[in-house]
Design a protein around this ligand. Structure first.
Ligand code: AMP
Length: 215
């Protein structure tokens, strides 16, 4: 099964993707996490990606597609893509790669959240630099202030979660990523989910959708 999580920055797709992948045994592929790791490790890819990421712009399609190709081996239960594809050329590139291995996208789950909510959430977001867990003030607090519940590392604010960069990321999303809604709607793969509800409610809707895709 191959599932894509679509949604603006701050829609909760990272949080939900981790839970969904865990419950369904899917391999979770977050291009944002992969890129942040590459930057931290100072790899060639990381050095190329850093300036784009810090400005809230997209990393070039060829770098992203190369990174996905490396990881697109057969996983027993399938993949859950989080933050990929983000442009029409990436979606076309993914379709071509999947075609080569006799696979295809099964469903695209689109988390719908308003601009005001995105800005509010991202300015209150903290994440763990070690295990990538996400927290949110005031809604999703860690048990001990400033410390990750899962691995004990000190929480940090992402460099691209400042107000200026958040505004740019939202604009980039509208211009470059939102056209994917029509791309996947035209293939009858798009399922919209209201992302402005309690986390557990959203998760149960997503699980129900996944079950319907597996039928
Ligand atoms: P995210 O954690 O998904 O919000 O991604 C953080 C940043 O990584 C984005 O603002 C982009 O700069 C970059 N990025 C992540 N995924 C992609 C992608 N599929 N295409 C281009 N850039 C990406």
């Amino acid at each position: 099964m191959l599932i894509i999580m679509l949604g603006p920055p701050g829609s909760g797709k990272g949080t939900q993707a981790v839970r969904l992948a865990d419950k369904k045994g899917l391999a979770h592929l977050s291009t944002g996490d992969l890129l942040r790791n590459a930057v931290k490790e100072g790899t060639e890819l990381g050095l190329k990606a850093k300036t784009y990421m810090e400005a809230g712009n997209l990393v070039p399609d060829d770098l992203i597609l190369g990174m996905i190709r490396e990881r697109l081996q057969v996983s027993e239960n399938g993949f859950l893509f989080d933050g990929f594809p983000r442009t029409i050329p990436q979606a076309e590139g993914l379709d071509a790669m999947l075609g080569e291995i006799g696979s295809k996208v099964d469903m695209v789950m689109d988390l719908e959240v308003s601009d005001e909510e995105v800005i509010k959430r991202l300015s209150g977001r903290f994440s763990c630099p070690k295990c990538q867990a996400i927290y949110n003030y005031p809604n999703m607090l860690p048990k001990k202030e400033g410390i990750c519940d899962k691995c004990g590392a000190e929480l940090q604010k992402r460099k691209d979660d400042t107000e200026e960069v958040v505004t740019n990321r939202l604009e980039v999303y509208k211009k470059q990523t939102q056209p994917l809604q029509d791309y996947y709607r035209n293939q009858s793969l798009l399922k919209g989910v209201d992302g402005e509800r309690e986390i557990g409610m959203i998760l149960s809707d997503l699980l129900a959708l996944l079950d319907s895709a597996a039928d």
